[in-house]
Design a protein around this ligand. Sequence first.
Ligand code: NDP
Length: 247
Amino acid sequence: MGLLEGQTAVVTGAGRGLGRAIALRLAAEGAGVACLSRTAANAERTAQAVRDLGQQAWSRAVDVADPEAVNQAAAAIQQETERTDILVNNAGITRDGLLLRLKESDWNSVLDTNLRSAFLFVKAFTRRFMKQRHGRIVNIGSVVGQIGNPGQINYAASKAGLIGLTKSAARELASRGVTANVVAPGFIATDMTGQLTEDQRSAILERIPLGTLGDPEDIAQTVLFLAGPHARYVTGQVLGVDGGLAM
Ligand code: NDP
């Protein structure tokens, strides 16, 4: 028996990278998964992989930076599924630039995609969580939200904002059987970190005590822990998965 038998999860940004690894890990433990991504083909590819694991899957293209699209997607998923146990807000982007050159549009798109989307999804599923008296919210932050990073003022602000959002939701919803936590990855090998130059990569590796980049499965296993029965008594926490980069 899997840890999540009979449960249903919603994962944003499930089309690639960490979101795909998270969706497949939750499915491997018995959960059905609604796979949301900006690109329909990517969402559907992950959904098919979930079905190949023997679980139910739904796929939907949604731009999480568009509030109307988020609300429509959340409503449609709730019509198509009987329950929602787990919400993983994972979709995220970077638009890097040094402070003096960063455009306001790059600030807005990162905050809208990484932070406002999480507020909208949490809000959209809260009534259902409360009714079920069960819900697990896992927001994907970043080590950068805790320690900052030159050239990522917008991204760091969005990820720090997720921590405040998560802790407030944890306090508001605890009495209803709902937990909310942040997973804060360090540098994990995905398309996002694939953009790093060799020089940037070796400079980063020097700062990581465990000496390597992480694997998407490292994040997926941590999300599974927070979404599953062993984390019953864990809420409002930021769990770093970063090879010791921030400590
Ligand atoms: P990738 O760039 O590899 O994948 C991002 C995923 O998010 C894709 O599936 C993409 O959709 C989706 N996405 C992006 N923008 C939108 C949008 N507007 N609407 C809907 N979906 C969207 O990123 P990672 O897997 O590396 O990152 C996942 C999360 O983890 C992000 O929040 C990121 O900030 C965080 N993180 C990653 C780290 C790393 O080292 N990789 C480190 C710290 C945090 P599509 O496939 O359809 O294009």
